[in-house]
Design a protein around this ligand. Structure first.
Ligand code: SF4
Ligand code: SF3
Length: 546
C-alpha cells in the first residue's frame, strides 16, 4: 500500500505498511481501486455530458465513492468491494448508453485503457499498487494529480451532504469528472495541472455555497447559541460526523421515546440551527474532537451513530455499539442504509440505547457558537465599530481539523498567547483546541467566533468579503485577518484551495505541510500564494502581528 493523503502520513512521507489512521493494506488497495474505477467512469461520463445521457446515477455514485475514501470515513473492505462492483455495473450501462447515442469510444486518450479492461482484471488490480498513487512516476505530476484528487474528494463530501438535502449543481459534477479524468491524462503538462488545481478551488467555493444554502434552507440560519456540555439521566445516542439530514431523521425518530440525542465532534454546530432547537431530547454536546473518541464513547455508555468521518478503529465491546450510515463504515459495526427515498430506519440504534445506561458526565457548563455569516452580518455594526475604535486589532482564522499529534498543542498555546484585542474565527473540529478556554470577549463579542463545521469555512470567507466591502478595500489581503489553519484530511484541502481561489494570500498551514506536496509544487504555492508552515508560537506570533 501507499497512501499520503492526510497529515498523519507515516514519517511525513506516506503510509506503506498500515495506515497511522488504522487503515489496513487491503482496504487501502481497495480504496485505490475504487478511485481508479471512479476515474475511469469519469472519462466515460465526460463523453456523455451534453449528449442527453442520464448521468445522475454515475455522478451520485462518484460523489459517494470519493467520500468513502476520505481519511477515517470507511474501513469496511466489503463496502468498498460492493462500491467497486456497482461502479463496474454503471460502466457497462454507461457504455451502452453512449453507444446508443452514437458516441465513439475510440478516441479516448492513451491512459484511458480502463474502459476496455475486464471486471476480473480490474479486481485483480486491488492486489497491486499499479492503480495507486505511485503509478505516476514523476513526483511533481504525481503531487499535482493527488492535490487535485484530494481537493475533489473534499468537494464530493460536501456535494454529497447537499444532495442528501435534495440540492445539487450539475456543474459541480461536470467539473469533478473533468478534473478526475485529467489526473490520468498523460498529455497534460504540470502547468495544465496547476491551472486545474486553482479551478478546483473555484468549484470548492461553489460546493460550499451549495451546501450552505442546503443547510440553511432546510434548517434555518445558525444563530448565537449556548450549547450544554452536561448530561441528563436518560438513555442516549451520540451522533458524530457532518450530515445534518441524518441528525434530522434521528431527532424525528427519537422524539417521545425517552432517548436523548447528543452531538459529538463536528456535529456540535447542529445546535446553532433553529430547526433542531425544537427537539426537547436534543440535549447538548458530549466530548470533543474525533481523536478522543475511545475514552469518550466508553463514558457515554450509549450507542454512537457515525454519519461520516472521523472514525477511530473501535475494538472489542465498542464495535457493537457503533452504527454507521452514508459513506462511513467499519467492519463489525451495524451499517444503516437509506431506502430509495433517502429515509433511514434508526429503530435498531434507538432500541439499543434503551438497553444501555445514561451518559456519565465528563464536563459541565456550556460553550457559545453560531457565528455563521448571517449572524455575523446581524452584528456587523458592532464588529465594524470594534475594528474602527481599535478594540479589535486583528482576526485570526484558525479553521480546519484537529488531530491526535502532540504537535497540535501549538494551537492551544497560540490561542492562549493571542493578544486580548484579537478574535479567532473558526470552523471545523480544529476549534476543540481552544473553544473551552476562558478567552473572554471584546465588548460582548466572544473572542472565539465559531461559524460551524469545516464546510462552514465558507461562512468565514463570506464574512471576510463583507468586511472588505464595508471597509472599501480593493484586496481581501488588506483586511486585518491572518490565516493560521490546521489541516488533517481532504476536506481541509478543498477549504484551502477555495481560499486560494478567493485570493487569500499568506495562509499558514500546520502542524506540517502535506506530504503530497513535492518540493517544486510546494514552491509554486509559496511563491504564488505566500503559503507557509508554522514554527513555534513566539516566532509565529511576532510574524503574524507584524
Ligand atoms: Fe496514512 Fe493518512 Fe493514508 Fe491513513 S489516510 S493511510 S494515516 S496517509
Ligand atoms: Fe474534523 Fe475529521 Fe477534518 Fe470536518 S472530523 S474537520 S478532521
Amino acid at each position: 500500500m501507499f497512501c499520503y493523503q492526510c497529515q498523519e502520513a507515516a514519517k511525513g512521507t506516506g503510509c506503506t505498511v498500515a495506515g497511522v489512521c488504522g487503515k489496513n493494506e487491503e482496504v487501502s488497495n481497495l480504496q485505490d481501486l475504487l478511485i481508479y474505477t471512479i476515474k475511469g467512469l469519469s472519462i466515460l461520463a465526460n463523453k456523455g455530458r451534453d449528449k442527453g445521457v442520464d448521468l445522475d446515477p454515475v455522478d451520485h455514485f462518484i460523489m459517494n465513492g470519493l467520500f468513502m475514501t476520505i481519511t477515517n470515513a470507511n474501513f469496511d473492505d466489503q463496502a468498498i468491494k460492493a462500491a467497486i462492483k456497482e461502479g463496474l455495473v454503471l460502466r457497462k450501462t454507461l457504455k451502452e448508453a453512449l453507444e446508443a447515442k452514437g458516441v465513439a469510444l475510440t478516441d479516448l486518450h492513451d491512459c484511458a485503457t480502463w474502459y476496455a479492461e475486464s471486471d476480473a482484471a480490474l479486481e485483480a488490480k486491488a492486489d497491486s499498487v499499479v492503480v495507486g498513487v505511485l503509478a505516476t512516476e514523476n513526483e511533481d505530476v504525481r503531487s499535482l494529480r493527488e492535490l487535485i484528487t484530494y481537493g475533489v474528494k473534499g468537494m464530493a463530501a460536501y456535494a454529497h451532504h447537499a444532495l442528501n438535502l435534495g440540492k445539487e449543481d450539475k456543474e459541480i459534477y461536470a467539473f469533478t469528472t473533468k478534473a478526475l479524468a485529467a489526473t490520468v491524462d498523460n498529455t497534460l503538462s504540470a502547468d495544465d495541472l496547476v491551472a486545474l488545481t486553482l479551478e478546483t478551488g473555484k468549484y470548492g467555493v461553489n460546493t460550499m455555497a451549495l451546501l450552505d444554502a442546503a443547510n440553511t434552507g432546510a434548517y434555518g440560519n445558525p444563530e448565537i447559541t449556548e450549547v450544554n456540555l452536561g448530561v441528563r439521566n436518560n438513555p442516549a445516542i451520540l451522533i458524530s460526523g457532518h450530515d445534518l439530514s441524518d441528525l434530522k431523521q434521528l431527532l424525528e425518530q427519537t422524539k417521545g421515546t425517552g432517548v436523548d440525542v447528543y452531538t459529538h465532534s463536528e456535529m456540535l454546530p447542529a445546535h446553532y440551527y433553529p430547526e433542531f432547537k425544537k427537539y426537547d431530547n436534543f440535549v447538548g454536546n458530549y466530548g470533543s474532537a474525533w481523536w478522543k473518541q475511545k475514552e469518550e464513547f466508553a463514558s457515554f455508555n450509549g450507542p454512537v451513530l457515525f454519519t461520516t468521518n472521523c472514525i477511530v478503529p473501535p475494538k472489542g465491546e465498542q464495535l457493537e455499539k457503533i452504527y454507521t450510515t452514508g459513506a462511513s463504515g467499519y467492519p463489525g459495526c451495524t451499517h444503516i442504509e437509506a431506502d430509495e427515498n433517502g429515509n433511514k430506519d434508526f429503530s435498531a440504534i434507538i432500541e439499543h440505547a434503551k438497553r444501555l445506561a445514561p451518559p456519565t458526565e465528563i464536563e459541565t457548563g456550556s460553550i457559545v457558537g453560531g457565528f455563521a455569516h448571517a449572524q455575523v452580518f446581524a452584528l456587523a455594526d458592532k464588529v465594524v465599530d470594534a475594528v474602527k475604535t481599535g478594540a479589535i486589532k486583528k482576526f485570526f482564522v484558525m479553521a480546519g481539523c484537529d488531530g491526535r499529534m502532540k504537535s497540535r498543542d501549538y494551537y492551544t498555546d497560540f490561542a492562549n498567547a493571542l493578544p486580548k484585542d484579537t478574535v479567532i474565527l473558526t470552523a471545523g473540529c480544529a476549534k476543540y483546541k481552544y473553544n473551552k478556554l476562558p478567552l473572554g470577549d471584546i465588548g460582548g463579542i466572544p473572542r472565539v467566533l465559531d461559524a460551524g463545521q469545516c464546510n462552514d469555512s465558507y461562512s468565514l470567507a463570506v464574512i471576510a468579503l463583507k468586511l472588505k466591502e464595508v471597509f472599501e478595500l480593493n484586496d481581501i489581503n488588506e483586511l486585518p485577518i491572518a490565516y493560521n489553519i490546521a489541516w488533517y484530511e481532504q476536506k481541509a484541502v478543498i477549504v484551502l484551495l477555495a481560499l486560494l481561489h478567493l485570493g487569500v494570500k499568506n495562509i499558514h498551514l500546520g502542524p506540517t505541510l502535506p506530504a503530497f506536496l513535492s518540493p517544486n509544487v510546494a514552491n509554486v504555492l509559496v511563491e504564488t500564494f505566500g503559503i507557509g508552515g508554522i514554527t513555534n508560537v513566539d516566532d509565529d506570533m511576532k510574524m503574524f502581528l507584524q
